[in-house]
Design a binder for this molecule. Structure first.
Ligand code: KG4
Ligand code: ZN
Length: 363
């Protein structure tokens, strides 16, 4: 095997069809990363429709891969392997990607590597910032919410996670409740800028209980009640009502994430890591108030804080190609019997997560 390895990554586990080419020599370089979103296709349905998502992946994957190769100025013969998300996620979408990768592998003879989507997110700080193990990862998106200690590329310990909705889902549902556009995260954050976070008393679920587990569905119900109260009184929401409710909701989510991060960090620091680091990933990590809260907490505890650039925080195939590269470098590959897995926990010793996110059953 040569010193330089180049891998094509394929991602189709939710509502983004993505392909990327990443090269590893002494460091890893993203040569291309193409993402086709499906937000428009699901807009009328209030959530991701698995059948529509799977069909769109099957239609778009070839074109997406071609574009990733073109942008990287490479052809299939320049590659050393094909990495594909093999789970967890919506099974139809995962199957589309796995079948496509198997076809390419069978046709070219290139090694096939089935990658855990969560490992892709969790190892992104190694790709972007060369972060050293062990580090603490907070994964917060529309489909995931968990604290993981990454001890090594294949060694994760889950400290806790949501027992119902993911924070991104809660942002999206809140936007719907308030009549704000999707995706909800950016529009709630924008509305909150001029809002009073103290006007509505909203719950901070599970803060009264020990541990790092979280819950966000009660917050959504509280938002619904608060909105209905105003609508009953005034027959509608004013801009100020929308702003105050958004600000109150964002403050509640931030308080929960920051306090639970404090607990997760306390547990992580008992490992005495040489370079203590908290890394965040997932679309919700784009939120300025949440980032600021986590950054302040890290400064207080003497821990480095790192957040990959947004394009690599949200679903993408570069993170899948990167995990594929590290596996290929160790000769750890799959064969054509690779199967798609709707559930695939990173920490197989942790209790299964309850609830289901926009990706279907939580990992
Ligand atoms: O990681 P991602 O692109 O997809 C998955 O869910 O896997 O995350 C998308 C989620 C959406 O729920 C979106 O509302 C949320 O991330 N999001 C935000 C912000 N930007 C995106 N949430 C809060 N604040 C933001 N600025
Ligand atoms: Zn994801």
């Amino acid at each position: 095997m040569t010193d330089t390895l180049t891998v094509l990554g394929i991602e189709s586990s939710c509502d983004d069809t993505a392909a990327a080419v990443v090269r590893l020599n002494s460091t890893a370089t993203v040569l291309s990363s193409v993402v086709y979103g499906q937000t428009g296709l699901h807009a009328d349905f209030g959530g991701v429709v698995p059948e529509i998502a799977a069909r769109a992946h099957a239609e778009k994957l070839d074109h997406c891969i071609e574009e990733a190769l073109t942008q990287a100025k490479l052809s299939l013969t320049d590659l050393d392997g094909i990495a594909v998300t093999a789970g967890p996620g919506l099974i139809g979408g995962v199957l589309s990607g796995v079948m496509c990768a198997k076809g390419l592998s069978a046709a070219t003879g290139l090694p096939l590597i089935g990658v855990n989507h969560l490992a892709g997110h969790a190892l992104t700080p190694c790709l972007t910032d060369n972060v050293a193990f062990p580090f603490l990862m907070l994964l917060v998106s529309g489909g995931h919410c968990q604290f993981l200690i990454a001890n090594g590329p294949d060694d994760f310990k889950r400290l806790g996670g949501t027992i119902d909705d993911a924070p991104g889902e809660a942002f999206d549902k809140t936007a719907r409740i308030l009549g704000l556009p999707q995706p909800g995260g950016p529009s709630v954050e924008q509305a909150a800028k001029i809002g009073d976070p103290k006007r509505f008393k909203l719950p901070r679920p599970l803060l009264d209980r020990p541990g790092c587990d979280m819950s966000f569905s009660g917050l959504k119900t509280a938002m619904l009640r608060a909105r209905d109260g105003i609508v009953l009184e005034k027959q509608g929401l004013t801009k100020a009502d929308q702003a105050d409710l958004s600000a109150g909701f964002q403050a509640a989510i931030t308080d929960v994430l920051v306090e639970k991060s404090r607990r997760a960090l306390t547990e992580y620091l008992t490992l005495r890591p040489a370079t203590p680091t908290l890394a965040v990933a997932g679309g919700v990590a784009a939120n300025g108030q949440i980032r600021d809260g986590l950054q302040r907490l890290c400064a207080e505890l003497g821990v480095a804080f790192t957040a990959p650039p947004l394009a690599l925080c949200t679903d993408n195939a570069a993170m899948i190609a990167y995990v594929g590269l590290t596996r290929l470098a160790n000769g750890d590959i799959d064969d054509l019997t690779l199967s798609a897995r709707p559930r695939w926990p990173l920490d197989s010793t942790a209790a299964p997560m309850l609830g289901s996110g926009k990706k279907g059953a939580k990992a």
